[in-house]
Ligand binder design. Structure first.
Ligand SMILES: [Zn+2]
Length: 198
């Protein structure tokens, strides 16, 4: 096998969810493709690596200094939703339910994986909060893992003295379309304890 082909297979196999067989199939698909897919992919990836950086306010991805969301004057600057990853911003934007600002942490605190508070974008978070004089609600939009919960608690403590408005978090609910007896006990238990007025 030519070395470049092996290298491509190896790179694909390093991606999450792609095993060695899929890596081989993807590589040969690119190798035999008539539409220059390999060249387009390679230039898109190079361009992405060279130009994409973190927004100087919210740490979302951008190829300018400030991202489109932070630049958008129609966004509600009284609300800030803290999330773990840029993908969470995309997921929340797809719901069309939130028109405020985001702050992307790029991870959660994890003693086990040696991720310390200074390894995620907390300094940037405090600076972002200071830049929003009308801010009255910080929403902790973190996931449901133990590490995410611990990170949310840590942030709540750190916000004392820095922010005097409401601190809320996403409701843990029942996924739409699912039956109660299919839910794990943790999800169902939370749905019960965090129930709200009809
Ligand atoms: Zn931004």
């Amino acid at each position: 096998m030519p070395e470049s082909v092996s290298a491509a297979i190896e790179a694909f196999a390093a991606l999450p969810g792609i095993g060695s067989r899929s890596a081989e199939r993807l590589t040969f698909r690119l190798l035999t493709d008539q539409n220059n897919l390999a060249v387009r992919l390679s230039s898109a990836l190079t361009e992405m690596k060279n130009n994409v950086k973190e927004c100087d306010q919210c740490c979302f991805l951008t190829d300018e200094n400030t991202c489109e969301i932070c630049m958008d004057t129609r966004r509600d600057t009284t609300k800030l939703c803290i999330v773990e990853s840029p993908l969470d911003v995309l997921a929340l934007e797809r719901t069309h339910e939130f028109r405020g600002r985001y702050h992307v942490l790029h991870g959660v605190i994890s003693p086990l994986r040696k991720v310390r508070p200074e390894d995620i974008r907390l300094t940037e978070l405090y600076a972002h909060i200071e830049q929003l004089p009308d801010l009255n609600e910080v929403i902790l939009g973190l996931g449901g893992s133990t590490e995410s919960e611990a990170t949310a608690l840590y942030i709540m403590e750190q916000l004392r003295g820095r922010f005097s408005g409401h601190v809320t978090r996403l409701a843990r609910g029942i996924p739409s379309g699912s039956e109660l007896d299919f839910l794990d006990a943790g999800t169902l238990g939370r749905a019960m304890t965090e129930r709200r007025e009809w």
